[in-house]
Design a binder for this molecule. Structure first.
Ligand SMILES: Cc1cc2nc3c(=O)[nH]c(=O)nc-3n(C[C@H](O)[C@H](O)[C@H](O)COP(=O)(O)OP(=O)(O)OC[C@H]3O[C@@H](n4cnc5c(N)ncnc54)[C@H](O)[C@@H]3O)c2cc1C
Length: 492
């Protein structure tokens, strides 16, 4: 939509907005309202100017999910109040801009912890529910949406509706994971998980292949509360899939005599220095000399060597925050991926095909000489959300550096990996995606789900107000039986 159709938006609102992976930067008209009335005003302004509105939380999606080039970016981070908290039941009512960091810090002292957390605490809960994020306990606790009791959703016409499993369940199961396409959460009610200690008991050990790590996960799923694998993606074909497992379980009330202390926020804090010496704020600079394939090969090799020898079969007690937010230990670690940034490629594969599919992905990487610097392996289960990314199986998340000189090889590798994933009955995840095509997305979601989603979109947002760069890339002119969603200008 261009401004000839309406009022011009003030240039003072134009800001650079970046994807978390730093591989895409666009200009958008950024508004940061702090109340529902403020949100409604932004919608009216956008409509008058003939612009679409893309909702943005913490901006932690790796790709273009919270970008809206040359249109309105509705930044909800100032809507960050905790509205009600009941330490007896663990039910909390929050505005969508409350970060995961604020949430866990608010509830832990009362013996509660968010039931599902992502690898970083800098996400907002609106963004978390918008993507229906999962944690290292997805096989046990499902995605965050399973712990949402109700929410208020601001619709494109400015009205606010309340949704739950009982009231408008169709919207409830579509807006959770609906990547901001049906409306903006303005209030979320969730249930926390009771914990009796601020510590987890964590086992660490090495595995030698995708088949082995999958077998170990199957054996441990019933007893462990969290399971995560780190994969050395730079190991050669002989060692494909080797890695380290971290398995954690909650402590019972009688297992931590210091629970009143360990449940304090101060006890949970990540250390300010690494190795007791280097301020963590500058740690990424020490990694910078290794930010190339040989350097990362060395780091991956050393990590596996240490983990499979000194660290093998070690059991330690670790705080919830230290276990959950390992990636936040080194602030700005993503800067080692500059100048080109990174993309994350996460695919979700049914259990019976997972090991073979991930081995094939590694072979494709070697064939095209594009090497992920980081690989993370998780167990998942299916859920009832319309646009779900989960399967009864495994995911592998691969961080690829983006460099001009091998961009075309990376594209070819991703294209081939997509084919393998789709042939294996796999799925993808909008929060991580930068590369899917419309056809890929349609294939994994299935036309039934897409059609249902489009019908809801047509009902709730007939003029296609809510858009992002991702939605235009993947939904722009999807046309199964109905013409929605369609570009805003066509709707007027
Ligand atoms: C280091 C790192 C580790 C991560 N680890 C995990 C992980 O373990 N598991 C996992 O599942 N994900 C993980 N993620 C991805 C992350 O959890 C999701 O991208 C999450 O959606 C980010 O939240 P955000 O507040 O930054 O949202 P944004 O990225 O800003 O937005 C995400 C989506 O939600 C929509 N949205 C935002 N706010 C609202 C709202 N109020 N109402 C409606 N829609 C809204 C946006 O339009 C967008 O489509 C990780 C990301 C990073 C950077």
């Amino acid at each position: 939509m261009n401004s000839q159709n309406g009022l011009k938006l003030p240039l003072s609102r134009l800001e650079k907005v970046q994807s978390w992976g730093m591989n895409r930067e666009v200009l958008g008209y950024v508004y940061r309202p702090s109340t529902v009335a403020g949100l409604q005003e932004v919608i009216a302004t956008a409509r008058n100017a003939g612009r679409s509105v893309g909702i943005r939380g913490g901006g932690c999606s790796y790709g273009d999910a919270s970008l809206n080039s040359e249109n309105v970016v509705l930044d909800i981070t100032r809507m960050n109040r905790i509205l009600a908290w009941d330490p007896a039941t663990g039910i909390i009512e929050i505005e969508p801009g409350v970060t995961l960091q604020r949430l866990w810090q608010y509830v832990i002292g009362d013996g509660w912890w968010p039931p599902v957390v992502s690898g970083t605490m800098f996400v907002t809960m609106g963004g978390a529910v918008g993507m229906n994020y999962h944690g290292k306990n997805n096989y046990k606790m499902g995605p965050v949406g399973e712990h949402v009791l109700e929410f208020d959703l601001l619709l494109a016409d400015g009205t606010v509706i309340n949704c739950s499993r009982e009231h408008r369940p169709d919207i409830f199961f579509a807006a959770i994971g609906g990547f901001g396409m049906l409306g903006c959460f303005t209030r979320i009610v969730m249930k926390m998980k009771r914990v009796y200690s601020g510590l987890l008991e964590v086992d660490a050990f090495a595995t030698r292949s995708f088949a082995e790590i999958a077998r170990v996960f199957e054996e441990r799923m019933a007893d462990d509360d969290y399971l995560v694998g780190w994969i050395d993606c730079m190991a050669g074909s002989q060692n494909s899939g080797r890695g380290l497992v971290h398995a954690a379980r909650y402590l019972r009330a009688d297992e931590d005599p210091n629970a009143p202390q360990t449940l304090q926020v101060a006890y949970q804090g990540l250390p300010e220095t690494m190795f007791g010496l280097i301020p963590k704020s500058i740690m990424w600079r020490f990694l910078k000399p290794f930010s190339n394939d040989p350097g990362m090969r060395l780091i991956n090799w050393a990590r596996f060597l240490l983990g499979s020898t000194l660290g093998n079969y070690k059991t330690v007690r670790q705080s919830h925050a230290a276990f959950a937010f390992l990636l936040d230990y080194v602030p700005n670690w993503k800067l080692v991926y500059r100048p080109g940034g990174l993309i994350q490629y996460q695919s979700f594969i049914p259990a019976e095909h997972a090991a073979a599919c991930f081995d094939e992905q590694m072979a494709i990487c070697r064939k095209f000489r594009v090497y992920p610097w980081l690989g993370v392996f998780k167990r998942h289960r299916t859920d009832n959300f319309l646009m779900t990314h989960a399967v009864d199986g495994y995911s592998l998340a691969l961080d690829f550096p983006v460099r001009k000189r091998y961009e075309s090889r990376l594209n070819q590798a991703v294209e081939e990996m997509n084919r393998v994933v789709l042939e294996s009955g796999g799925r993808f995840y909008f929060a991580k995606d930068s590369t899917l095509t419309r056809q890929d997305a349609l294939t994994y979601l299935g036309s039934d789900a897409v059609l249902k989603f489009q019908r809801l979109k047509a009902e709730l947002d007939p003029n296609n107000l809510w858009q992002t760069d991702l939605s235009r890339r993947l939904f722009g002119d999807w046309d199964i039986n109905t013409p929605h969603p369609r570009p805003l200008q066509e709707a007027r």
